[in-house]
Design a binder for this molecule. Structure first.
Ligand code: ADP
Length: 537
């Protein structure tokens, strides 16, 4: 030991160390207990000196501990960390267990006696912090996966109880009032009572109620230790008073839920026994922040979903109602063609244009109605065994004029001995027309398009290969989204063709996918299940 550090200085350092330093003799009785040990364990030196070390160890570990100290004594090893394989726990004066880290050393005196010295650190705060951090991380994941605002609130209530409170009420803010969005309690009977709170509807809390303070100051409100009495006194709604009486909280913590600078609700936590300390407050505030963010996201999702539903309903109604007038335009212009006045070439051309426009409108209305049917699961498929080559040839009939007008070389590569597939011919022809139609639309004049039909493990695969402009990799995942088009300048469609093709193929039990390289071309493929041998057409 360097000369300038005397035994007295060392003794003083040990005495003032924040860790507990405890010495025991060979019979495992306590002979030394520093100030750190007194602060951690809650015993005074006078109370504990002469007691067995077991006093500081939870009952279930005592026998094992005594044996381990003896073994350590015999081992001749100078010092060893305790609890290397699993965490150790120690016992405070009041009987409260806490997580600890410790090391033990042994010193042999010349007179043959042995002293064991234990240095122990209280790691309960660190453990609590770690547990809370991992709880918040897990909560974040669960909330991100929650669907809609009601489910989000239910998840939060379930997460809060019992981790941070015995009871939890989540309030949604509406104007100057609140209504209960979700509740949870450790006791099932009380939980059933809390369930009824959601029926209370919108409440405007009376002056002095913590929720009013939340509205006005947007800061946490803590009521303890007489939370039950205070809350009953400040509430007017009978079901709320009954719920508070049933929970009988000693402590209540109200936290504002703030998202994008708006107060959107309140997280209310209740503890029947015990109080909330500053650490609990920080934890609860973190949970409130997470909740506000998740709730805000969920509400935005709800709004988007509701608008999409409204759009689809509107599209369904309008397209249905447009069908008859468009059919009338088509029919009347066809009959106009037979009129003597239509023999004039100029008039004839104009009537032809009206007919074409009516055809385009009719196709668009059909697509819109199909998309709506897909949504409602009402796209009827009547599949039976059919020859895939015949299907292809029939669907190409209508596209031939377009192919020729664009000088496109259409190459059909049909494997021989193909099995029959299960298909609704009209729907699969519609799919093929969509895919070949896209290939034509996005290919330059005079280029080549191949349609390949082959058999593989999944069934029969039909691919439409073009050498057109291709699709950028970041846009590829969106091509099957409805109303999606890579560029809005091209109005030869409504971005529904691939969404409908996907719906049709998947309703057939098949798979559809697109591979593409910008500048090189696109391959759209889908599978169809083979028909069983027994099935006949
Ligand atoms: P639309 O009827 O408007 O063509 P689709 O759903 O059939 O709608 O296609 C959606 C979008 O996907 C198209 O607008 C286009 O941007 C892209 N796309 C589809 N097929 C091809 C292809 N063969 N080559 C390049 N882009 C394509």
């Amino acid at each position: 030991m360097p000369d300038h550090i005397t035994h007295d200085i060392l003794a003083e350092i040990v005495e003032v160390a924040a860790d507990a330093v405890i010495c025991i003799d060979a019979t495992q009785r306590i002979t030394f207990f520093n100030a750190g040990a007194q602060a951690i364990f809650g015993y005074t030196r006078n109370e504990i000196i002469g007691q067995r070390i077991e006093t500081l160890i939870p009952q279930r570990f005592r026998a094992n501990h005594a044996r381990q100290v003896e073994e350590f004594g015999r081992s001749g090893v100078k010092s060893r960390r305790m609890g290397e394989r699993k965490e150790i726990a120690a016992l405070r004066k009041g009987g409260q267990e806490f997580a600890a880290e410790a090391a033990i050393s042994q010193v042999h005196h010349d007179d043959g006696s042995t002293i064991y010295a234990v240095v122990l650190r209280d790691i309960s705060a660190r453990k609590r912090f770690e547990q809370r951090e991992s709880f918040l991380a897990e909560a974040g994941e669960k909330l991100a996966a929650a669907f809609g605002s009601t489910e989000t609130l239910t998840q939060v209530a379930r997460l809060a109880v019992p981790t941070i409170a015995d009871g939890c009420i989540l309030e949604n803010r509406t104007g100057n009032g609140f209504h209960v969005g979700a509740t949870a309690h450790v006791n099932a009977v009380v939980e059933a009572l809390l369930d009824e709170l959601s029926d209370a509807g919108l409440r405007s809390p009376p002056q002095g109620h913590p929720l009013i303070e939340i509205l006005e100051r947007r800061a946490a409100v803590l009521i303890q230790p007489n939370a039950a009495a205070t809350l009953v006194e400040k509430s007017r709604v009978p079901s709320y008073r009954a719920a508070v009486r049933a929970m009988n909280p000693r402590a209540a913590l109200f936290l504002p839920l703030v998202a994008r600078e708006q107060l959107i609700g309140a997280l209310c936590l209740f503890r029947a026994n015990g109080t909330f300390d500053s650490e609990d407050l920080t934890f609860a505030e973190d949970l409130a922040r997470l909740t506000a963010l998740a709730l805000d996201n969920a509400r935005l999702h709800d709004t988007v979903r509701a608008s999409l539903r409204a759009r689809d309903e509107m599209v369904g109604v309008v397209s249905h109602d447009l069908r008859n007038p468009v059919a009338a335009v088509k029919m009347l212009s066809m009959s106009l063609l037979k009129e003597p006045a239509a023999q004039d070439p100029d008039a004839r051309e104009k009537i032809d244009l009206v007919c074409q426009a009516a055809d385009q409108m009719d196709a668009l209305i059909r697509d819109l109605l199909d998309v709506n049917r897909l949504d409602a699961g009402r796209l009827a498929i009547a599949a039976h065994p059919v020859d895939p080559a015949t299907l292809l040839l029939e669907s190409l009939q209508t596209l031939r004029p377009l192919v020729e007008a664009r000088g496109i070389d259409l190459d059909l590569q049909i494997e021989t001995d193909l099995p029959k597939v299960m298909a609704d011919p009209e729907r699969i022809q519609q799919t093929l027309s969509n895919l070949v139609g896209n290939a034509i639309k996005f290919s330059p004049n005079g280029s080549k398009i191949a349609v390949v039909i082959r058999r593989d493990a999944e069934g029969v695969v039909i691919s439409v290969v073009d050498n057109g402009k291709g699709i950028a990799p970041d846009q590829l995942p969106r091509v099957f989204d409805r109303y999606w088009q890579s560029s809005r300048t091209d109005r030869q469609g409504a971005g529904l063709g691939l969404a409908i093709a996907k719906g049709i193929v998947e309703t057939h039990g098949g798979r559809i996918w697109i591979e593409s390289k910008p500048g090189e071309g696109t391959t759209a493929s889908f599978t169809l299940r083979e028909a069983d041998d027994q099935q006949s057409d």
